[in-house]
Design a protein around this ligand. Structure first.
Ligand code: PLP
Length: 309
């Protein structure tokens, strides 16, 4: 669904609430040319206590951390960004939504050095259902191992959520979709499994859970962290500092993606290989059910993960 079909009217930009159509930048904005922005993608869920931002503080922490390698200084505090976000959700009367904060080098000069370019910040919220479709959550998706590799973390900080990095995600995702798959799995420079274009990856084998470690050129996903905690609390052994080879994908009992957008999405096929029974696996289902029970407020555990609007 395009933005024009959505009932959203306001964007927060550099301290002000502006009309959706007026949230514009100059074409000589530094970030537009060099990908010099950092962003977040978070969700606000409908709960019995009203809309609640899921792990919002962690998203803000990551946003500020992503600025560091680029010496970018967001002009607002955590508190100001939180107040702005809650106000946006309230003004638009959204029960649940996706939240997109972005900080970027703006308009001043166009050398690669950002020099005196101001750091600009915006936040938008809009309704966004299941990222890979409702059917994906229940029945799983087919994925393709991309011919594109992830940037190595020695080439660019892959733990910073930088806008420029996402052309790699776009290439991998579009290649997969052109070939009839819903999404890609991207290998790192060493040829081990890194993650999806916008998701972390989990593998289940012999009742234990594995996910590539942070040194595998992945984003330190907040849903990844939540799922590790949920799985351990359910009694599973989770290996989260491992390398996973491409071949291990084929022999996995279950595979699933995690992400703020993708939530917990089962994978039923990788290239021409069926994973497990070719349906959502039992451990994936257990974790996914628990995840949605938590984010939709059907349990009062993990209260510290919520920021109520
Ligand atoms: C490349 C990449 N990996 C993993 C993730 C999942 O991270 P999170 O769970 O924090 O949304 C995302 C989404 O933000 C991503 O873009």
């Amino acid at each position: 669904m395009g933005f024009d079909e959505m009932d959203v009217e306001t964007i927060w930009m550099d301290g002000e609430f502006v009309d959706w159509d007026d949230a514009q930048v100059h074409v000589l904005t530094h970030a537009l040319h060099y990908g010099s922005g950092v962003f977040e993608g978070a969700r606000c869920y409908e709960t019995e206590n009203g809309p609640a931002l899921f792990r919002w503080e962690e998203h803000l922490d990551r946003l500020f951390a992503s600025c560091k390698p680029y010496e970018m200084e967001i002009q607002q505090s955590h508190e100001e960004l939180t107040t702005a976000t809650k106000e946006l959700i309230r003004r638009q009367d959204l029960a649940s939504c996706y939240v997109r904060p972005l900080a970027f080098y703006g308009y001043e000069s166009l050398g690669v050095s950002p020099g005196d370019c101001p750091t600009r910040t915006m936040i938008a919220v809009w309704p966004w259902g299941a990222y890979l479709g409702e059917d994906a959550l229940e029945n799983g998706i087919d994925v393709m191992v991309s011919s594109w590799r992830k940037h190595a973390s020695s080439q660019i900080p892959t733990n910073a959520k930088t806008t420029g990095l996402y052309v790699n995600s776009m290439l991998a995702g579009e290649e997969a979709r052109r070939n009839g798959y819903a999404e890609a799995i991207v290998l790192n420079k060493e040829g081990n499994v890194a993650e999806g274009p916008g998701e972390n990856l989990f593998l289940v084998r012999d009742g234990e859970i594995f996910t590539p470690g942070l040194s595998e050129s992945i984003l330190d996903g907040i849903t990844r962290d939540s799922v590790i905690r949920i799985a351990r609390d359910l009694g599973y052994t989770v290996h989260d500092t491992v390398s996973i080879s491409r071949g291990e994908l084929n022999t996995a009992d279950e595979l699933f993606f995690t992400g703020s957008a993708a939530e917990v999405t089962p994978i039923k096929r990788v290239d021409n290989v069926t994973i497990g029974e070719g349906t959502r696996g039992p451990i994936t289902e257990e974790i996914q059910t628990r995840f949605f029970d938590i984010v939709e407020g059907r349990t009062d555990e993990y209260e510290e993960w919520f920021e109520y609007v």
